[in-house]
Design a protein around this ligand. Sequence first.
Ligand code: EPU
Length: 334
Amino acid sequence: MTVERNYDLSAHNTFRMKVKCACFAEYGSVEELAGLDWDSLPRPLKHIGEGSNLLFTGDFPGTILHSAIRYVKYVDVGLDEVPVIAGAGVRWDDLVAELCGHGLWGAENLSHIPGEVGAAAVQNIGAYGVEIKDIISGVSCYDLVTRKSCKFTVDQCRYGYRESMFKEAGDRYVITSALLRLTRSPRPRLEYKGLSGVDASSPASIRNAVIDIRKSKLPEPSEIGSAGSFFKNPVISASDFVRVCNAATGVSVPHFVLDGGMIKVPAAWLIDQCGFKGEREGGAAVYEKQPLVIVNATGSATPDDVLELERRIVATVHERFGVSLSPEVEHLPK
Ligand code: EPU
């Protein structure tokens, strides 16, 4: 267990913002988590994973909690379905690589996504037609209010598009492990247009294809700081969609009609149409190959650079299309 004061968070956020927290506490087991000297920890408390979906907007006045629970347990029930329990501190992509290496199906489309298991289950990460909720059976948690361990089924997690009960509950529940269901029999998911025609002979071959796509569109976290998609794809009404089409002046608007008639429009397209690709603000920039991503282009971007670029994008997209973009990346402090 590590508890440090006035701690530098540069290595704990993939945006690489140079910020500090009043206290940083890392634990290696549920027992260590429960045994923290809670009353001495500065408030507020905030649990993070790899910090790959976070923008630190300045120094954090409270305690950052981080899980180093890093075990992977295979429950061999001798059937087609293979339950796997993964500790919250396991790097998500290390787990996906391991599962694909064992020839287990289910997680391959979610390859090369930065982050750790606990945060992936809070955020309901998704890519290429799959969300983590599709392979989660349940999660184990530590309740910071009752100071007891508890479990939730996937239904109780109330997953939606990058949403879950854990986000609604504020920072009450700390996920300590997730129970995933993989299968031995093939179940390739190739609906996403970029995956049609790829070699689907094994989870590893799909993983390789997904990694190629991500590398061609998204910045490599090891090379350039970012937090992936900065905005959510907006879901709008049919009448708002007509307004977007009118504002698009002759260009057809990419869109997906959802159950119930609401329409999802790619935020990347709206931002692209407003001419933001490559746009700079101090050390921050809109990524050239995927304008949904804001990057720390110089390595020395400040939180204010990113916030100003965010403000300009939101204002311009709203003015041109009447659509309000909301950030996917969590801002801390809010
Ligand atoms: N587009 C443009 N210009 C561009 C790039 C894209 O107009 O320069 C438009 C195109 O119409 C394209 C559409 O945006 O068809 C969608 O682009 P893409 O398929 O790359 O996906 P996305 O909707 O922008 C979402 C997730 C990604 C995930 C991909 C693939 C969100 C907020 N983002 O992006 O997740 O990898 O789908 O499934 O839902 C993340 O959450 O950090 C993330 C990267």
